[in-house]
Ligand binder design. Structure first.
Ligand SMILES: CC(C)(COP(=O)(O)OP(=O)(O)OC[C@H]1O[C@@H](n2cnc3c(N)ncnc32)[C@H](O)[C@@H]1OP(=O)(O)O)[C@@H](O)C(=O)NCCC(=O)NCCS
Length: 150
């Protein structure tokens, strides 16, 4: 009953630049804001110009941002990043509403959707599997962070 009330209080909308500071605090709280990743306001805007989407779940009554789902699109696939629910809003099923909406965007785009999740993140893995994501074999993930050294 309590969850129904909470779910009805949520709306999902597109990111606005005025969300940036609140979102950064939220990403830091949920370990999604590692500065090494190089995410900033410009990066977000660029991904949106390229056809990506940053969905924001917001409480209608308080205006608080309770969730984010950032999907980038490179013309081939959608990558799901920074999918998360604010700690105080977790455990109430809100992630399922946000993920459902995110997958509608993928469906509209017609592109395959891919994500990376830490192997110990049991909650997220359970959620993603529930929504049809399949483990893509035994791949490892590599990255070059220091592009200036190239
Ligand atoms: C992963 C995350 C989005 C899940 O949101 P949540 O609010 O905690 O979970 P919900 O209440 O919405 O539950 C959704 C599903 O998550 C899974 N889940 C939630 N809590 C769980 C737990 N303690 N153990 C195992 N699975 C769990 C279940 O599959 C659950 O579905 P069910 O209720 O039908 O069983 C959230 O914990 C989060 O933001 N974590 C920090 C950021 C993060 O790690 N994001 C993923 C990056 S890849």
């Amino acid at each position: 009953m309590e969850n129904t009330y909470l779910h009805n209080d949520m709306k999902i909308r597109d990111y606005r630049e005025t969300d940036y500071n609140e979102i950064m605090n939220f990403w830091n709280l949920t370990d999604m804001g590692n500065p090494e990743r190089g995410d900033n306001s410009e990066t977000i805007n660029k991904t949106l110009e390229l056809g990506g989407k940053l969905l924001v779940m917001e409480s209608k009554s308080s205006g608080q941002i309770c969730g984010t789902s950032w999907m980038t699109y490179d013309g081939r696939r959608i990558l799901l990043h920074h999918f998360g629910i604010l700690p105080e809003c977790q455990g109430k099923g809100l992630s399922k509403i946000l993920l459902k909406e995110s997958l509608l965007f993928a469906k509209k785009t017609g592109a395959q959707i891919k994500l990376e999740v830490h192997s110990t993140n049991i909650k997220a893995i359970s959620l993603y599997k529930k929504f049809g994501f399949k483990h893509l074999g035994e791949y490892n993930v590599y990255i070059i962070r220091e592009v200036s050294n190239l």
